[in-house]
Write a protein of this length. Structure first.
Length: 324
């Protein structure tokens, strides 16, 4: 047996049933005539806006919303499409305060197709907006935290320079990004001379000041695009994209001279001076790969140490070492 079909049109034509449906609807419902004057203003609408029906009926619906860009968007969508869904408008409470209203609306037409008015379904979006704003703020804070943790993971806290692995990875990326075989890449390894004596004589806090000063000298000597890192302990590395052996040698010599003339104040009467030894190499004149260039620069760094320190070594008996 086929169930009896419900005649919804008959229900809507029943004033009592229509009234019950309007009262039960949690959304505010506002209907207007063709001129935009309010002809229906439900109890939920009264709860949202705070206006009594007598204050709203037969007045233009614009009294419920700010006259701004958002309302123009709603009206343009109604004009173009005959409907609009979840357009957020700044609404007005009866006490003058503003709130965010989510409005869905449709054009009502008579039997001849002429515009008879519009009907709007309205929700107070203030709580939703507050949640969205809170989530947006949390996401911003989370992104900042992730960026900070990423920076901390890649950088040395004392000197603010890149860690060894991050510096090498950045140099590899620079080589790959160039897309050019035989791109010059200068490599300089620098090591503080007799650094243990500074720690033993003045303490690790002064040693930290010395390391930070060396980092500052290195950063001031580099160009945009150069990569500087703390290689470990009192050893530093600089990768200079586009620099040949002569250019990286001049760079290391400038850094050496600047550090030699630096003074780290320990007290009013005492200051610390430091020197560095350096070994340099370059791609492709000295090596075919970054790891090979680092190995050659490291060999030359220790050659500088053996030769008396406070110097830059840029050559050796094996100017070219084959990967084979």
């Amino acid at each position: 047996m086929t169930p009896e079909r419900i005649d919804f049109l008959a229900l809507l034509s029943d004033p009592d049933m229509l009234q019950l449906m309007l009262v039960a609807c949690p959304d505010g419902i506002v209907a207007t005539d063709a001129d935009g004057r309010v002809t229906l203003y439900t109890g939920a609408s009264e709860a949202i806006f705070g206006f009594d029906p007598i204050q709203v009926l037969d007045r233009h619906y614009s009294m419920l919303f700010d006259n701004g860009h958002e309302r123009s968007v709603l009206e343009q969508q109604l004009l173009d499409q005959g409907r609009a869904v979840d357009v957020e408008l700044p609404g007005r409470h009866q006490d003058g305060t503003r709130f965010f209203a989510a409005v869905s609306a449709a054009v009502i037409r008579d039997r001849y197709g002429d515009v008879a008015g519009i009907v709007m379904y309205i929700r107070d979006h203030t709580a939703v907006r507050a949640i969205e704003d809170a989530l947006r703020n949390r996401n911003t804070q989370l992104n900042l935290l992730v960026a900070r943790l990423d920076h901390m993971a890649r950088h040395d806290q004392l000197t603010t320079l890149l860690h060894r692995g991050s510096a090498v990875a950045a140099a590899e990326d620079a080589l790959l990004a160039s897309g050019l075989e035989g791109l010059n890449m200068g490599v300089a390894l620098l090591d503080l001379d007799h650094f243990k004596m500074v720690n033993d004589s003045y303490g690790h806090l002064v040693g930290d000041l010395v390391l930070a000063r060396v980092a500052t000298v290195l950063q001031k000597a580099t160009r945009e695009g150069d990569i500087v890192g703390r290689f470990g302990g009192e050893e530093f590395v600089a990768f200079l994209p586009g620099a040949d052996l002569d250019a990286v040698t001049r760079f290391a010599e400038r850094v050496r001279a600047a550090i030699e003339h630096s003074r780290i104040a320990v007290s009013d009467e005492i200051s610390v001076t430091m020197t560095v030894s350096a070994g340099v190499a370059a791609i492709p004149s000295c090596a075919d790969s970054l790891n090979e260039a680092l190995r050659i620069a490291d060999d030359r760094l220790y050659a500088a140490k053996r030769a008396g320190r406070n110097r830059v070594v840029h050559s050796d008996t094996n100017r070219r070492r084959s990967a084979a």
